[in-house]
Structures are given as C-alpha cells and as structure tokens.
Write a protein that binds this ligand. Sequence first.
Ligand code: TMP
Length: 219
Amino acid sequence: MERKRNRGLFITLEGPEGSGKSTQIPALAAWLVAQGLEVVRTREPGGTRIGEEIRTLLHDPANVELAPLTEILLYSASRAQHVAEVIRPALEAGQIVLCDRYFDSTYAYQGYGRGLDLPVLREITQFATGGLTPDLTCYLDIKPELGLRRRKQGGEEMNRLDRETLDFHRRVRAGYVELAAEEPERWVTVDAAQSIEQVRLELRAILERRLLTLHACDN
Ligand code: TMP
C-alpha cells in the first residue's frame, strides 16, 4: 500500500453497525470547515452516482443469493469508481476527504466476518485503489449487541449485513481490533459506547492533534 503522504488529508471512519459514524461525520466536517479547511464528505459503498447504484444492490435484503465473491467485487467496484472520481482528485487539490468506511470495512466484514482470504482481499483492494491508503483511520469501537440495539432503536432501515448473525458481527469487531493493532500509526480507537457528545469531543481532539502535526511538518 502507498505510504507516501497524500497532498490533502485522507481520513476514514470505521466501526461496526450502530457505532455512530453517520452521526459524528457531519459534526466533524462542520468543525473542519469552521477551521477554514476544504472538506469532501463521502461514504462507501457509494460516494458517486455509479457507487450509489452499487450500494442499493449490495444493501437490498432481497439479494439473498449474492455470492461472497460477487459481494467483494461489488464493494471493490464501488471503491475503484470512488477513488478515481472523488478521492484522488480531492486529495490532489489539497482537500480533506472525510470518508465513512473504506477498504478496512472489506477486511473486517468480508475478511474476518465472512472468512474470505485476507491476502486475496488485499490484492483485490490494491488493484481497485492503486494502493491509496488513508492518512488517518478513526475506529469507533462498540460491542455488536449494543450497536445493533442502537441501530434498531434509532429506527434505521436494516440492510442485508445488519441481518447477519451476532457471531458474524462479533468477528467483524474482533477483526477491527486486530487491524487497528497492526497499524497503530494510522489507527486511533474511540470508545463509541460513550455519549455522542463525548465521542464528538474525542474525535475533534484527535483531528486537532493531527492537523497540528501536519502543520509542523509542512513548515
Ligand atoms: P453503513 O453505510 O450503514 O455503515 O452500511 C454499510 C454496510 O456495508 C455495513 O454493513 C458494512 C458493509 N460493508 C462491507 O461489508 N464491506 C465494505 O467494503 C464496505 C465499504 C461496507
């Protein structure tokens, strides 16, 4: 994977279902904009017209026959389009990209969750992204029991993956914990069982520190 720092800043948020990413991202983006920064807020699967069509297909609970290999290729197809159309151009223009999920979701869900071979997933990902790696990954950690309960209570629509077994979601979480431990310089873990406000403040402090470090490096 590409270790050279991107010209802009590529930040991803990761976490199991109900970890609160979609609540936190708008607040984080608004805070970055208030600091005078240019921010592109986006998500996976999706983020482009074509990617959003792929998202609909992937999340439709009616698509029960979707084979694991087809699933990974569809997530990767959405990602290839996203990198080419949105993420790379924004980074080249010096902007901050704030992305709800990226390739670590593939490793956590399709790798640890479904049990697909991780080295193969890494090769497919390398092909789809050209090796574009986030500068910073904020991991919102939560027990699947609590996350899934929150999601149901929030009245959110349950997608095809939400309907997986509790064991599947436990493997996904354990996968995230392992991925975060493998690359401590890229990952920061936040306890998402805390209040929304507490998580918001922690995320803001993490970004503040990262922006200060970058500023120091650039000068
Ligand atoms: P969300 O946008 O509500 O988080 O839903 C995205 C779902 O797609 C979530 O269940 C995780 C799953 N997913 C994968 O399984 N693999 C991937 O590569 C990505 C990006 C998402």
